[in-house]
Design a binder for this molecule. Structure first.
Ligand code: 4LI
Ligand code: NI
Length: 186
């Protein structure tokens, strides 16, 4: 079971590497890694378990964040209205964005990251709509269209697999300056 002590922090070179592609059939080690990343997200979103184990809550976790430079990330997005429902639960394996909207979006409160201990204020410009291609656990290529918050989370996680961190994309001079037409998600 992963704990915060296992989460790599900004400054660790693994966070700046391009992750290695996953090969198929998937190894037991990589399958376990995927299960453990998803378990972290589940536990972190549970008020009791999160408290008990000192977990910071997240909706996404990429393998480099637990020290493994492989192209996998877990995403678990609870429904905001009915917290017992799940909006998106998936493991991204070898994900790539194959198309993206011109329309930009950003979280009004900025982004957080389990690997970044300090708040970095500012809008992180993201594509409002993306189409991703990724492999499922059987190595079968899949595509999925995402919009809004799930699209933001997946872009944040795919960035991790390419060595990028959210604050790289914040306008350093004017952190809250963004395209007039950008959709700000509050
Ligand atoms: C408790 C239980 C306010 C501040 C609002 C918390 C269950 C920030 C938002 C959660 C912010 C859950 C989140 C991300 C932001 C802020 C991630 C709380 C966990 C909201 C997820 C990857 C960016 C994702 C919306 C600096 C660890 N997550 N909030 N950003 N939630 N969470 N990101 N932004 N301002 N980060 O952080 O998992 S994409 Cl679900
Ligand atoms: Ni992150």
């Amino acid at each position: 079971m992963y704990l915060m002590k296992d989460v790599t922090r900004d400054g660790n070179p693994v966070l700046r590497k391009v992750a290695q592609k996953v090969t198929f059939p998937i190894s037991k080690k990589n399958k376990q890694l995927a299960d453990d990343m998803m378990e972290y997200l589940i536990n972190s979103q549970d008020a009791q378990l999160g408290q008990k184990y000192g977990l910071r809550a997240g909706v996404g976790l990429a393998a480099p964040q637990v020290g493994e430079s492989v192209a996998m990330a877990s995403v678990l997005i609870p429904n905001l209205d009915e917290p017992d429902k799940i909006d998106l639960q998936m493991t991204l394996i070898n994900p790539v964005i194959i198309s993206e909207s011109v329309q930009v979006t950003a979280l009004g409160e900025g982004e957080g990251c389990l690997s970044v201990d300090t708040e970095v204020p500012g809008y992180v410009p993201r594509h409002n709509k993306i189409t991703i291609r990724y492999d499922d656990f059987d190595g079968v290529s899949q595509t999925m269209k995402l919009r809004g918050y799930p699209a933001i989370v997946c872009q944040h996680e795919i960035d991790h697999l390419n060595g990028h961190l959210f604050y790289d994309k914040i306008n350093k001079k004017d952190p809250f300056t963004i395209d007039d037409k950008a959709l700000i998600i509050e």
